[in-house]
Every structure is written in C-alpha cells, then in structure tokens.
Ligand binder design. Structure first.
Ligand SMILES: [Zn+2]
Ligand SMILES: [Zn+2]
Length: 383
C-alpha cells in the first residue's frame, strides 16, 4: 500500500508550497543516503519523500493526485488530469539545486547522476604540492612544477581529429547530445533525458579520430607549469593557477591547478606569522660588558649591538627584517632573544678570579632582575 503523499511529508492537505518545501527539505536532510548511512530504510524513506514532493510541488500533478489519488497519477498520459508521466523524475540534481542552491544541490545530485553532464568533459582540477625554503617563502619565487596530467593532444591540437571533414553530426541524437528514454514502472511512465550513448553527449561522431588521443583531444603527459609564488606565503596555504589543471576533452576548458605550499623548517629561523624569531648566545662577560655581533637575518648577516648589562631573555628587535606581508607592503620584524651562557669546568685560577669579582661587586649591580623570556616574548608580540 502506497502511503498518502501528505502523510509522507507530514503536511496538511491545504499546505502551501512553502510548507511542502520546508517539510521535504527536512526529510531529505534526515534520510538522504549520503547522510543517513546507518539507517537502512533511509533510502526508501528518501525516495518516498522525493516522490511525494515531486507531485505536491507541481500544481498540475497535485490536482490530479487530490482528485484521483495514486491511481490518477499511475494512469499517466491517459488519465483525466492528463500529464505526461514524471518528466525528469530521475533528475534529483535539479530538485536539490532548486531547493538548496549550489553546493548542497550538487553534492546531493552527484549520487543520483543528477549532475550528469552532456558533451565533452571540462578538465579536472588538480592538486600538487611544492616545497619551499623559508627564504623563498619570505621573498617569493618562481617555481617550475612538474606533474603528470591530461594535456591538450599535440597531434590534433585538441580537436580530436586531424581531418575536420570527418566530424559528423550524431544520427542518434541529431546533434543534441541527449536522448529521451521512456521507462514503464509501477510508479508510472518515466521520461528521462540522458546522455546519448553513441556520441557520449558531444552531438558529434568523429569518423577518423586522431590516432594519438583516440579522438579525446587530450592525453596524459608530463606537464611543466611555472608558478609565481608570492612573497609572504606560508606553510599550508594554497595557490590557485587558473586553467593549468587537466586539459578538457576536445577543446573544453581546462581545470585549475591548486598548488599547496610546504615550507621546510629552517635551521635557525623560526617563523611566527610574518615575524622571525632567532636566538643569540652571549657569554656572561659579553652580556655584562656589551658586545657587537654578526647576527644572521633573512637578508644575510647584520651587525647588532648588545649593550652592557644585557640580561638573559632580553629581546632585540630588527624592524622590517621579517617576512614580506602577503599581498601587502612592508615586512615583519626579526626578534633576537638573548641567551646567556655560563662557563663550565673552571680551573682554580678562574674560580679565584670570579670569587674575587663576586666579592667586589655589590648587590646594587644586580638590581635589574630577569623578567623571564616568556614575558619578554609576549611583549614583543603585543608591541
Ligand atoms: Zn589528438
Ligand atoms: Zn549522439
């Protein structure tokens, strides 16, 4: 026994279109096979709801159903209400696109062949990865990326044949690329538009296809693409290169190339946003007396002065020595954290000197207590 369509959707008999859509959307979300994987009856419920929705959202079909019930619909073209089966009933994709819009509709449509596309296929999007040094990421670089993917056939230049005269209109579909099939089922007569099997939807038959690509106009090949990687790119980011993905069939649009960026960890530089963190070791004497040292930066060594009385954890900031801001101007900073190293394994003479020094230096010289590295780093990031 077939359930009443209003009952299936859980709406009153005088429900308006909005109510019907809302009810169906709710059920579809609940029972769509892609969603409700753990409920075996989900697919049945989904089909039932879709069928009910198809009828009730169509004024003509709804009237037939209201007047004659399921029998009225089953009579199809011969019925009193007289409509031609379920035109396009199989095309769930369209229903979903209308209901949910873009992405959701497509995601659902895919499972039912609703996204079935006629004609030559466009090229597929590809994802590749490129590994960079920190310096390359900081300043930008042009990289040649090599990968294997569909490329335009060089023999026929994508036409699928080297003899243009051998391209004929498909006799089965008259060049439309689609054929109508009529199916009789318990639900009634289904009229479906489908991709023409003879020409695969292209509407054309190539009598002498290109020997290299068998008429596809593309074939797998090693591809080289030069990619401009902008300064400031960071690990995990992606660059889209339009039209550099897989070639389409017979001159159709190419897909896009997505280049995922990996940045190799650097031996001495640690990146933090657009800032660079480094450390420098001062001996306790250098820290106490002050010293000028060559410190590595992204631009090469730079002379940096550490004043007398430099404390462990002190941070020296080199403005504008960090990574270039992506899509902007200027650069981040470089922060140099001071570590103070203490001598080990001192002999008697050294010990004596230090003890002597210690006795002669009053507590006031130690007045500035170390704030601790974390505190100082925190104030660098908030500055
Ligand atoms: Zn070819
Ligand atoms: Zn055809």
């Amino acid at each position: 026994m077939k359930r009443d369509y209003y009952e299936v959707l859980g709406v009153p008999r005088d429900a308006d279109l909005q109510q019907i859509k809302k009810a169906y959307r709710k059920l579809a979300r609940q029972y769509h096979p892609d969603v409700a994987t753990d409920t075996p009856e989900g697919e049945e419920k989904f089909k039932e709801a879709t069928e009910a929705y198809e009828v009730l959202c169509d004024a003509q079909k709804r009237q037939v159903y209201d007047t004659y019930g399921h029998d009225g619909l089953r009579r199809g073209g011969g019925g009193a209400g007289g409509f031609d089966g379920f035109e396009g009933f199989g095309d769930f994709g369209d229903i979903f696109s209308n209901l949910f819009g873009g992405a959701f509709g497509q995601a659902f449509g895919g499972g039912f062949g609703g996204g079935q596309q006629a004609g030559p296929a466009r090229g597929s999007d590809l994802a590749v990865e490129v590994e960079l040094d920190l310096e390359e990421a900081a300043f930008g670089v042009e990289k040649e990326i090599t990968f294997t993917a569909q490329a335009v056939c060089t023999e026929c230049e994508g036409a699928g044949t080297t003899e243009p005269d051998s391209v004929k209109t498909c006799a089965d579909c008259g060049g439309r690329g689609q054929v109508r099939t009529v199916r009789r089922t318990m639900l009634g007569q289904f009229v479906q538009m489908g991709v023409c099997p003879r020409c695969s939807g292209t509407g054309q038959i190539i009598e002498n296809p290109c020997a290299e690509c068998k008429g596809a106009g593309r074939r797998p090949a090693e591809r080289k693409v030069n990619v401009n990687i902008p300064a400031g790119i960071d690990d995990g980011q992606r660059i889209r290169v339009t039209g550099k993905g897989g070639a389409g069939e017979r001159g159709m649009r190419s897909g896009d190339l997505y280049v995922g960026v990996r940045v190799r960890p650097h031996e001495i530089f640690e990146r933090h946003g657009d800032d660079i963190l480094t450390g420098v070791d001062l001996t306790m004497v250098q820290a106490a007396l002050g010293v000028t040292l060559n410190v590595p930066t992204l631009d090469g060594d730079e002379e940096v002065e550490f004043p007398a009385g430099t404390q462990p954890g002190d941070i020296k900031v080199l403005r504008g020595k960090g990574v270039t801001h992506l899509n902007g101007h200027g650069r981040g900073d470089q922060a140099i954290t001071v570590r103070v190293i203490v001598p080990r394994d001192l002999d008697e003479e050294h010990r004596r000197l230090l003890e002597q020094f210690d006795e002669s230096v009053g507590a006031e010289h130690y007045a500035e207590r170390s704030e601790g590295m974390l505190h100082k780093l925190r104030s660098f990031f908030t500055s």
